[in-house]
Design a protein around this ligand. Structure first.
Ligand code: ATR
Length: 266
């Protein structure tokens, strides 16, 4: 029987995940479909029940449900517990389990680009769903210091309770850093601009945007103009998908030329 997979979120219409997973299903001769499902919060229990009843084989979870889905699951992986963020759900031994593959996605995107962050300084902008995963990944990569800012300060104060080593900055303040990561939703609309001034930075920095659509946000365009290195969120998306696919199918899909050619314009 054809296995059914979904990405659930709201909004979810721009997600590239169906294209990626359906490509890999075909490449590996797996009889499965992967579709988008825009849901409201009240539908979360139903979706989880469909997994429990084997009507759905697995789901990815995106904004704004990565934390909200947790109470409905039977079990969490260690990383999902640590980050309180679930992006991949499936059944193991009759239990509906939530896992987090965003940490892997973020780490692997850096490794893919030969970006070494050991003993470096990171500056994260935002406090949304993906931030705990980024913090966890940066710590795993032996970062020296993490600065964090957010428009709403109280949200980063909450994150500091769990990660006391974080250094909090007021909105608009900047600091010396090696890598700055936009983890806000500012940039999803082409004209969006983060109101933090990154002009007059010394040396080459790395600007990382977790947004992949549009591929060149204002944040990244300014980095390019300033002569800095820059990377959007597409590789993170690809690697989190790769790990989710491995969890579901026991098979790590190839990131070969054919694959990158297939998604290069998305
Ligand atoms: P969620 O919080 O549901 O996970 P998200 O899209 O992952 O949603 O996160 C939204 C992030 O973008 C937040 O850090 C938010 O800042 P606030 O906590 O102050 O709301 C940030 N954000 C959204 N619009 C913004 C704007 N116009 N300027 C600055 N930050 C913004």
């Amino acid at each position: 029987m054809t296995k059914k997979y979904f990405i659930i979120g709201n909004p979810v219409e721009h997600s590239l995940s169906p294209k990626i997973h359906n490509f890999w299903f075909k490449q590996n001769n797996i009889d499965a479909t992967y579709e988008k499902k825009e849901i409201s919060e009240s539908e979360l229990p139903e979706v989880v029940k469909d997994i429990r009843d084997d009507k759905i084989y697995g789901i990815n979870v995106t904004v704004p449900f990565k934390q909200k889905i947790i109470p409905f699951l039977d079990k969490l992986s260690d990383l999902a517990k640590k980050t309180e963020s679930v992006n991949t759900v499936y059944k193991i031994d009759n239990q509906v389990v939530g896992d987090n593959t965003d940490v892997y996605g973020f780490k692997m995107s850096l490794i893919n680009q030969n970006i070494e962050l050991k003993d470096k300084i990171a500056f994260i902008i935002g406090a949304g769903g993906v931030v705990p995963s980024i913090i966890t990944a940066l710590k795993d990569l032996s970062i020296k210091k993490i600065f964090l800012t957010n428009r709403t300060f109280s949200k980063i104060e909450k994150l500091k309770i769990k990660h006391p080593e974080l250094q909090l900055l007021k909105w608009g303040e900047i600091t010396n850093f090696d890598i700055v990561i936009n983890a806000t939703s500012v940039g999803l609309n082409f004209e969006d601009k983060i109101d933090i001034n990154f002009k007059n930075l010394k040396d080459h920095k790395i600007f990382y945007d977790t947004i992949y659509n549009p591929p060149m946000t204002n944040f990244l365009s300014e980095a390019k103009l300033g002569g800095h290195n820059f990377l959007n969120g597409k590789l993170m998306l690809i690697y989190q998908a790769q790990k989710a696919f491995q969890n579901w199918n026991n098979l790590l899909p190839n990131l070969d030329k054919q694959f990158f050619d297939f998604i290069k314009d998305d």
